[in-house]
Design a binder for this molecule. Structure first.
Ligand code: COA
Length: 177
């Protein structure tokens, strides 16, 4: 939990000027993004160790209106600039270093068991939805309020309802760490 959280926190604080340990600690404890991430990682930690996840899940819901299934998989380096209104269904897989904005929904199709598979370093803009067992390739960008119902290739930018690829090779560079 702590290794993953450390990577998450580092990525979420990267927009802030380099600062000392005390300021970093203060930011970690006060920013919405870092608070939500601590609860998310705590929920997964509880699930992995067979402890009840209800407490973390309720706090996430009360404070952030976030519902994330304990059966989802989220890679390290998750960045949540506006952690509000996220819904992530069971069996959704999110790769490392993704950016997820407010009101993003990653949900199953009716009756299906497999969820969306999001690659590494994907950008899911405000209100984006990904529905069903589709894959969003590495470094892809999904525009504001778009609804993805088909696979999106790596490095593509997709927008609209249903989302269509408008750029096959966007300029989203891989994070270095
Ligand atoms: C997807 C995105 C990156 C595309 O940016 P871009 O590559 O600069 O593309 P453009 O703005 O030039 O738009 C290209 C076309 O796609 C359309 N388009 C762009 N974003 C769209 C969206 N979210 N939904 C529908 N159409 C969209 C534009 O209207 C334009 O259409 P046109 O060619 O018919 O005029 C950007 O629109 C976006 O959604 N960014 C995410 C912003 C975000 O979530 N910010 C969070 C901050 S809180």
């Amino acid at each position: 939990m702590f290794d993953t959280l450390k990577v998450d926190l580092r990525r979420n604080l990267q927009d802030y000027a380099p600062c000392g340990t005390l300021k970093r600690l203060a930011l970690c404890l006060t920013l919405n993004s870092t608070q939500a991430l601590m609860l998310i990682r705590f929920q997964f930690w509880c699930a992995r160790h067979h402890f009840p996840t209800l407490f973390a899940a309720k706090l996430l819901f009360w404070f952030f209106k976030i519902e994330i299934s304990k059966y989802a998989h989220i890679g390290p380096g998750l960045r949540l600039p506006h952690p509000m209104g996220l819904i992530i269904a069971p069996n959704v897989i999110i790769g490392p270093d993704c950016d997820i904005y407010a009101d993003v929904r990653l949900v199953l199709a009716h009756g299906a068991k497999e969820g969306p598979q999001i690659g590494r370093h994907v950008f899911l803009g405000d209100g984006a939805k990904v529905v069903g067992h589709v894959s969003v390739g590495d470094h892809a960008i999904i525009g504001v309020s778009s609804v993805v119902t088909r696979d999106v290739p790596a490095h593509a930018t997709a927008v609209g309802i249903p989302a269509k690829v408008i750029t096959e090779h966007n300029d989203r560079e891989a994070d270095t760490r």
